[in-house]
Design a protein around this ligand. Structure first.
Ligand SMILES: Cc1ncc(COP(=O)(O)O)c(C=O)c1O
Length: 210
């Protein structure tokens, strides 16, 4: 911005600090940790989750943005999505999928009750969905949905699996590759205990081709 322009003068009036405080210009003391999550990446953190997906990124949004990235990229208008509704996050995903123009079907249980694999298989046969949406930890009720076997079934029925791991990743084991999960998103401010506003998302090679 040109100095002394009207915008420059307006900025100077509003700015809390016209110049950066000298404290932040000094090198870190003690030195910054060797392992850091921040920066343009790739990060030098250990690969704890042994994830091999190429399309793994950090979105600058709340977890709702991650939900929208997964549903919006994997669903086309007219596709059927099967949503496991065991609390409010399944309902929220259903609202979003509906706005995308997808046909929403539910695998519904009482709040706080996880679905069984047999129920999932029956629903897959009934609806023949393109996408299945599951919440790993339903924070509205405190329920954990066991994921072992879910991805295998969804894959067998030629659908893609999205898992919301906002309230689970970092606390509950989550093996995206071996459990055949095609898309997931979490939130920095939940179990990861970081400042809000960063939403890690990851897509499997199969999801990448959609
Ligand atoms: C399971 C689950 N999914 C999604 C969200 C939405 O997260 P955000 O508020 O970061 O958009 C939350 C927030 O509580 C959550 O617990």
């Amino acid at each position: 911005m040109p100095e002394n322009s009207a915008t420059d003068r307006a900025w100077r009036r509003c700015a809390v600090h016209e110049h950066p405080p000298k404290e932040i210009l000094r090198p870190f003391s003690p030195p910054a940790p060797e392992k850091t999550l921040t920066g343009p990446g790739p990060s030098n953190c250990s690969n704890r989750d042994r994830l091999s997906n190429r399309l793994t990124l950090a979105l600058s949004t709340s977890s709702h943005g991650g939900m929208e990235a997964c549903l919006g990229n994997l669903l086309e208008p007219g596709d059927t999505v099967l949503i496991a509704k065991c609390g409010i996050w399944g309902e929220r995903a259903a609202d979003m999928a509906d706005r995308i123009g997808a046909k929403v079907e539910f695998l519904e249980t009482a709040h706080g009750v996880a679905f069984e694999l047999d129920d999932l298989e029956a629903a897959l046969k009934r609806c023949r969905p393109a996408v299945v949406f599951v919440t790993h930890a339903e924070s509205s009720t405190g329920m954990k949905q066991p994921l072992e076997g879910v991805g295998e079934l969804v894959y067998k029925h030629d659908a893609l699996l999205i898992v919301d791991t906002v309230a689970s990743l970092g606390e509950e084991p989550f093996f995206m590759d071996t459990w055949r999960v095609d898309a997931t998103y979490t939130g920095s401010q939940k179990v990861l205990g970081a400042p809000p506003g960063i939403t890690p998302v990851s897509f499997s090679p199969r999801a990448e081709c959609i």
